[in-house]
Ligand binder design. Sequence first.
Ligand code: MLC
Ligand code: AMP
Length: 521
Amino acid sequence: MPSQTLADPQNGNLFAALRAAFPADLDAVAVETDSGLRYSWRDLDRASAMMANLLASLDLPEGARIAVQVEKSVEALVLYLATLRAGFVFLPLNTAYLSAEMAYFIGNAEPAVVVCSSANFGWVSKLAFMAGTQNVFTLNDDRTGSLLDRAAQCAEQHTVALRQADDLAAILYTSGTTGRSKGAMLTHGNLLSNAQVLKSYWGWRSAADGGDVLIHALPIFHVHGLFVAIHGALLNGSKMIWLAKFDPRVVLQKMPEATIFMGVPTLYVRLLAEPGLTPEVARNMRLFIAGSAPLLIETFTDWQRKTGHTILERYGMSETAMLTSNPYDPAQGERRGGTVGFPLPGVSLRVQDEAGQPVPVGEIGDIQVKGPNVFKGYWRMPEKTAEEFTPDGFFKTGDVGQIDALGYATIVGRSKDLIISGGYNVYPAEIEGYINELPGVAESAVIGIPHADFGEVGVAVVTPKPGATPDPAAILASLKSKLANFKVPKQCFVVDALPRNAMGKVQKNVLREHYAVRPAL
Ligand code: MLC
Ligand code: AMP
């Protein structure tokens, strides 16, 4: 007997709501992988119950963090569900992070449990034990690892832990404009309210209604792949076609069996380069959703031309999950390329000037938001949290934009110094900190320049100490040995001096203009 089939109105646990949406036929396929494995809804229920029982048996304190750095697999999805189910806090980490980055996250979050791949167990467990973590498990993408071995010995029945909507469900680290990463604390209520709004706004179809099938091709350590995609499918009882990695050919091969696809703009750019992308291959598709980075209008129109479908672009962030969306329903308006659509139901979004006054329609200012989806604050950073909210409770997104007379929002830039490369965020301050430590370097500026594939990529501009001649290739090699690969600038230039304004501040806009016109990377 399944452990829980009905939503318990007293239980604000997100898992309870997801579980209640499982279809009546628990033997139907819930997830099908690119390697041909099939997991039923019953499998997800059972496996998450067993893993939740394992977590519950560890005698963890209330609010314990479960930090996870593993390759994408259905078992990793089960670990996420089990963490929610057992009432603990999920802390996903990009698989590209190297030891210094992991040391910071583990030291800062003080997780009670760390899960990593067997290949990384040596160095990750050392960091974890140094930070006082008592439990380190392994989980590999071939269904092996100590986590599964231990969970296999646990009972299949598990009663979903009681949680309030305001209790923490996840912490997502998002880098700071200065200093170190901040952990955005998201509650069960934040995530559930957002998932429910998207379910209705995007018209997810239940099995009785034709049945949506999602191609899941994104990593599962960020909002897009972990929350928007997974919650969308589970809350609707929809099957997921689960791809371990994004590969445009595999996506096209699976597309005729699917109805929904979600991707960062780079995924659309790469799919457009495939001759196999035709209206025929997309014939059963209902919805293509893009977000996490600006979608070029050229990509939007090329997609329309090549598939006959209009991409729906939406906007969100780690601290807030989804904020705006172009309409799904034509009765609510057309999907406008270059815009991120309307604030989602329940989300208040306003554009303000530097004095904190609303700007007139169509004018540019800072985007601020409020709603049940907005996070609880940064982990153990009350001052930082306070700084990022206005006195009347709006969160300052750091994005700059405008709202037109019809209510469409457009993001025109960012007040935060951030590069978004292929949907991953890169914070120049972090990279500059590493470069400035290198021998022979006086100072550096890392800027983002346009890139055909990743949308934007980092470029480092470095000045030498007197008499030194730092080698750009050596600088990049050194960064590669210390930082996640996607953070490493694609090029490095050594110059005599950085341009500065009258206040002595480095003029990154001048550097951007200069390096953007250099030959393509
Ligand atoms: C990989 N590389 C990147 C990169 N991804 N460099 C810059 N930016 C990236 N995003 C590096 C690799 O390490 C490699 O370096 C080189 O670039 C070529 O890699 P590749 O083989 O082309 O990359 P691939 O493995 O195919 O990955 C590309 C990708 C991936 C686009 C599939 O980056 C990806 O999955 N992006 C999605 C990120 C995402 O989910 N974002 C959502 C955030 S949520 P080298 O040196 O080894 O050659 C969010 C909120 C919201 O923002 O609104 O959704
Ligand atoms: P993250 O911190 O990874 O959640 O990234 C959030 C940031 O991604 C936002 O603050 C925006 O700057 C950016 N972003 C997300 N969606 C879009 C979009 N559709 N268009 C432009 N920028 C976006």
